[in-house]
Design a binder for this molecule. Sequence first.
Ligand code: 3HC
Length: 291
Amino acid sequence: MSDGIQNVLVIGAGTMGAGIAEVAAKAGCSVRLFDVSAEVLEAGKARIERSLAKAVEKGKLGADAAEATRARITYAGEYGDVAGLDLVVEAVPEKMELKKQIFSELSAGNPTCILASNTSSLSLTEIAAACQDPSRVLGMHFFNPPPVMPLLEIVEAEQTAPEITARVRAFAARIDKSPIVVRDMPGFATSRLGIILGMEAIRMLEQGVASAADIDSAMELGYRHPMGPLKLTDLVGLDVRLAIAEHLTRELGPQFTPPPLLRMLVRAGKLGAKTGEGFYKWVDGKAVPKK
Ligand code: 3HC
């Protein structure tokens, strides 16, 4: 089926928003990338530039295609014309009230467009309930780095219309992602498992089981994970993982409780790769074990 998606608005120009904008533009969509912060927008643009350059360097994209992708993305400090949009993907911090406000505003401004959230764990059903037409709301959960990771986790709210899921499935094929469709349960199919592994790895570090690098090597070399759970937490952002763990603890139980070490590093502003330090130091994009 044709997904009917041409004009896309991505809300939030952080790591995920910028990556999602790049992926949609590569597939031929006209993309507006919005952020309230001019600084974040600028950083998002630089991230896309770096990623396109790397894709060309790695032979994943021709130079012409990269140029055409660049030309399809505009950067905006306002939503602009929402009436002409076919798809909105929201990728703002994990704050329910903020998401509800964004979705309610957009659903009032456009009666037909698909409204998707990139949330890692929050309830799509609750977000949808804030909308005039909740049947157009669903989760489109991308993975970091979005241009590389092949999965798209489609999360159906209680209210999502089957036709909306079908169109997003078709869109997934267009953007070269493999979709899975999951029910709106906290943590879906991915974060629920990923967070358990991440939190347990931090507890092991606290207990002195092994160094961060050796805990990661255990999973990389023993289980063939592309990246160990502590390095991955640095990549995703310690603040992001803490917010998900707190939410899943409230919703599902104490097995998700974030360890004190995670809270302490977040309080210290050591959020991982994006701030230059988390469980590792990050130098020129590479993780260096801490002494
Ligand atoms: N555009 C397109 N392709 C690119 C690219 C780009 N900008 N950059 C790299 N690639 C391709 C490369 O060509 C390569 O392809 P190949 O395997 O066919 O040769 C592949 O991507 C890997 O790239 P690199 O060789 O440069 O990098 P690494 O081999 O070091 O892999 C990594 C980096 C992909 C980040 C890998 O370490 C990995 O998969 N880590 C785990 C990531 C992960 O688990 N993410 C999920 C996090 S959870 C999440 O996001 C959920 C959220 O809600 C919090």
